[in-house]
Unconditional design. Structure first.
Length: 125
């Protein structure tokens, strides 16, 4: 098992907040309508839904309708878009605090990409 960088849950949540604050203004504006959760691990239900064998295969998750698919006629009562960032898998992946900071930023950007309608293969990382 890889060495796990130790960053407390509170410090990790601050890294996620900083990553959002560091986004270019047009993208930071998009984040205002997205709920952001920091979770320790993806749930078993999420892993099964995505057909993943290991939690380490998922660093973040976007849930919601992308802006590209958004419509005036969408049904009411729909939950707002949500991004989950998973602390455990990111800390197990990274070997230094600097890597954690970069991975958190990259994961936030990646999940925001899903919000604007990009698929995984269209992402910059």
């Amino acid at each position: 098992m890889a060495r796990r960088e130790h960053i407390s849950a509170e410090a990790f949540a601050k890294l996620v907040q900083q990553a959002i604050a560091d986004l270019p203004p047009p993208y930071a504006k998009l984040m205002e309508s997205i709920a952001v959760l920091v979770e320790e691990e993806p749930s078993q239900d999420v892993l099964e839904d995505l057909e993943l064998d290991r939690a380490d295969d998922l660093l973040g998750l976007y849930q919601g309708q992308s802006l590209a698919a958004d419509s005036f006629f969408r049904p009411g009562g729909e939950a707002p878009p949500q991004i989950s960032i998973y602390r455990g898998p990111i800390l197990r992946l990274c070997k230094s605090s600097e890597e954690v900071v970069q991975e958190v930023y990259d994961t936030v950007v990646h999940e925001l990409g899903h919000h604007v309608g990009l698929d995984d293969d269209e992402m910059p990382y």
